[in-house]
Design a protein around this ligand. Structure first.
Ligand SMILES: NC(=O)c1ccc[n+]([C@@H]2O[C@H](COP(=O)([O-])OP(=O)(O)OC[C@H]3O[C@@H](n4cnc5c(N)ncnc54)[C@H](OP(=O)(O)O)[C@@H]3O)[C@@H](O)[C@H]2O)c1
Length: 306
């Protein structure tokens, strides 16, 4: 099936600040071999959208660069050789190279797309390819057992909340470090709350006198350095926010595991994790949605609904 109309896409015209972002029109993309074209129903917004726009992940993508790293939607066309998915199926995944999720249509690699179960809404599904998979990997990359302690730095954000919910499923004794406004969000998951800031390390030591069995970091930098001595084994430190500092301290950055999207979809389908979407925005207001994430201090996910 060939689609010939144009469709809106939110791009950055240059690497840098939000002033280069704009909503524009382009021909609906054609899926290449091994790809599927989807009509986007929802797209999650992440700090990585801002970092990518600023060039933190490299500056080799041709401009204008479509934005958005995770999407859910309905398959409307198949590239050559795709047999595992059919037109009309509901899927989620990360856009193929050069594509973006903040658009009415995008292209996914068929092998990396996962079917969306009916139990998961398009909006929730759109938070899983980036934030959901990260939460899953961070809680499985280093194995700990029920009853062991998990310390989470940056626990009140989009990934952090899912980390704490997965921790509850496994029976880890979790401690979440976040700003004071996040106390309730953290405690709702069953974790103990510690206020971020200069007194955080001491407060964690009071709760975990023998140290933490695993430290999951979603902040990096100095706050990570301050808490790192509290993990019993430096190799039990994993970071999604600052792999360089984590590695320097004896830990590691987040490693994406095989089949992780299917696994987190299963966990959410079973009702064990709720991605906690705070607000949705139409595509015409994508800049506002990105600004919300860029300002920080969110307690959940922001999603664009084209
Ligand atoms: N490597 C990967 O594959 C991958 C994937 C997803 C995310 N990430 C990264 O992981 C990080 C978190 O992502 P996210 O989506 O959860 O972001 P988010 O929703 O913006 O959450 C970040 C959280 O960190 C908190 N925070 C900031 N400074 C803090 C401090 N000093 N102490 C404690 N908490 C602090 C913020 O809350 P308050 O300030 O309000 O407490 C906020 O809730 C980002 O750096 C993101 O780029 C990496």
């Amino acid at each position: 099936m060939t689609v010939t109309t144009t469709s809106p896409v939110f791009v950055t015209a240059r690497y840098g600040g939000p002033e280069h972002q704009e909503l524009t029109e382009r021909p609906v993309p054609e899926p290449r071999p091994g790809e599927v074209l989807i009509e986007v129903r929802a797209a999650g917004v992440n700090p990585a959208d801002v970092k990518r726009r600023e060039g933190a992940f490299g500056t080799s993508t041709p401009m204008p660069m479509p934005m958005g790293l995770e999407a859910s939607g309905v398959v409307v066309a198949l590239g050559e050789g795709v047999t595992a998915l059919a037109v009309g199926e509901e899927v989620l995944g990360a856009p193929a190279r050069g594509q973006g999720a903040f658009a009415s249509h995008t292209v996914l690699r068929a092998a990396e797309a996962v079917r969306k179960p009916q139990e998961i809404s398009f909006v929730d599904a759109a938070t899983l390819p980036v934030a959901g998979t990260t939460a899953y990997d961070l809680t499985h990359q280093v194995e700990i057992e029920a009853g062991q302690s998990l310390l989470v730095l940056g626990a009140g954000g989009g990934v952090g909340r899912m980390v704490l919910q997965i921790a509850a499923v496994h029976g880890f004794a979790a401690v979440g470090v976040a700003s004071a406004a996040k106390r309730e969000l953290i405690e709702e998951t069953g974790a103990a709350f510690v206020a971020a800031g200069p007194g955080a390390a001491e407060a964690v030591r009071d709760l975990l006198p023998d140290g933490a069995d695993l430290l999951v970091d979603l902040v990096g930098g100095e706050p990570l350095r301050a808490l790192a001595p509290l993990v019993k084994d430096p190799a039990h430190l994993v970071s999604a926010a600052d792999a360089a500092t984590a590695t320097e301290l004896g830990g590691a950055g987040r490693e994406r595991s095989e089949g992780v999207l299917e696994k987190i979809v299963g966990v959410v389908e079973a009702g064990l994790v709720d991605p906690h979407v705070l607000e949705t925005y139409p595509l015409a207001r994508a800049a506002e949605a990105i600004a919300r994430v860029e300002q920080g201090h969110l307690g959940g996910k922001i999603v664009i609904v084209p």
